[in-house]
Design a binder for this molecule. Structure first.
Ligand SMILES: Cc1cc2nc3c(=O)[nH]c(=O)nc-3n(C[C@H](O)[C@H](O)[C@H](O)COP(=O)(O)O)c2cc1C
Length: 310
């Protein structure tokens, strides 16, 4: 295993999530120990059309050495051309071969690539020709587990690293992600799926013999999963990170940052007392300072209440 070439700077990274893993969230995860991350998926076609909205997806200067640029598409030449254009924007280029969402699959992209392995190989081959560091993020198959075939195809096309979400595309998010997976150890393999605790990281790595894991949903509201040996922060730590996250969203999106933060509220307040009432209140807030004040007030109330009950 030690002889495999691996350009990733560590074992545990933040998985790509469209609409979630933007610059502010990546920054929070890096601060708490994530070793690498991905952009949200970017359409190869839009890169070739030079659509300016893509700028917001590309890694920023301070994180460029830690972030992979993920592309989705179906045409080998389009993807290769786009890959060549974005290569310099991040640490590496990743091909999305796992997204099961209808809008993407309908265009032959994401997990639809798994329906035709020969075509999939061609895509990877063309991308391989042009980029220095190439990974593929895949599922274990379209409707049945064919990971062995997928792995071997990707390796023979010269992919550097494989990320695998241990479900078929047809499963979407149902059932349990498979961690006990084909892994002959030819290239670095990173596991994705249902990793919610530090213990899950350990078990997924043991079962798969993988080189690392990437965490997606489990990082929403719990970026402490990236902190070694600790995934439950103190109230003070938690509040500090929440306030910082809100500030980063304000810097990135201005007033709209408040709305962007809403997708993290449930995660950050999971299992906390009176969380439901608090969430209902917070979801209506439209001003950044009011949002921060509401969190300070809530956390102060909880810490006083905790102290009172000791
Ligand atoms: C909201 C959301 C958006 C996602 N967007 C992407 C994406 O853009 N590219 C991708 O490869 N996977 C995407 N995924 C899949 C995740 O990277 C991950 O493989 C999957 O959620 C399983 O891991 P988890 O159980 O840790 O969430 C997304 C998942 C979620 C929940």
């Amino acid at each position: 295993m030690g002889t495999k070439k691996n350009f990733l700077p560590g074992t545990v990274g933040l998985a790509p999530m469209a609409g979630v893993t933007d610059y502010p969230f990546r920054k929070i995860c890096f601060e708490l120990g994530a070793k690498f991350a991905f952009t949200e998926m970017i359409s190869a076609k839009s890169v070739l059309l030079n659509i300016s909205v893509n700028e917001k997806y590309f890694p920023k200067e301070d994180e460029k050495h830690l972030v992979g640029v993920q592309l989705f598409g179906s045409d080998p030449f389009e993807l290769a051309q786009a890959a060549a254009l974005v290569e310099g924007r991040g640490l590496w280029v990743d091909l999305n071969a796992g997204c099961p969402v209808a809008k993407v699959v309908k265009r032959g992209a994401g997990s639809a690539l798994l329906k035709d392995i020969e075509h999939f190989r061609k895509v990877v081959r063309e991308m391989r020709r042009v980029v220095k560091r190439l990974s593929v993020k895949t599922r274990i198959g379209w409707e049945k587990d064919e990971f062995e075939k997928i792995y071997d195809a990707l390796v023979s096309e010269g992919v550097d690293i494989i990320f695998v979400h241990g479900r078929t595309a047809k499963q979407m998010y149902s059932g349990k992600a498979k961690w006990d997976i084909y892994n002959p150890g030819i290239v670095p393999l990173y596991i994705s799926g249902d990793i919610y605790t530090v213990d899950d990281i350990k078990r997924a790595m043991e079962l798969s013999g993988a080189d690392g894991v990437i965490v997606a949903r489990g990082a929403i509201g719990n970026p402490w999963i990236f902190s070694e040996n600790r995934d439950s922060p103190s109230l003070d730590d938690k509040l500090r990170v929440i306030l910082k996250h809100i500030d980063l969203l304000r810097e990135e999106y201005g007033k709209h940052g408040v709305v962007e933060f809403r997708k993290f509220v449930a995660g950050y307040t999971k299992d906390m007392p009176h969380a439901r009432e608090f969430r209902n209140k917070v979801m209506k807030i439209t001003d950044v300072n009011d949002l921060k004040d509401a969190f300070v007030e809530y956390f102060t109330y909880i810490s006083q209440h905790n102290r009172a009950s000791v």
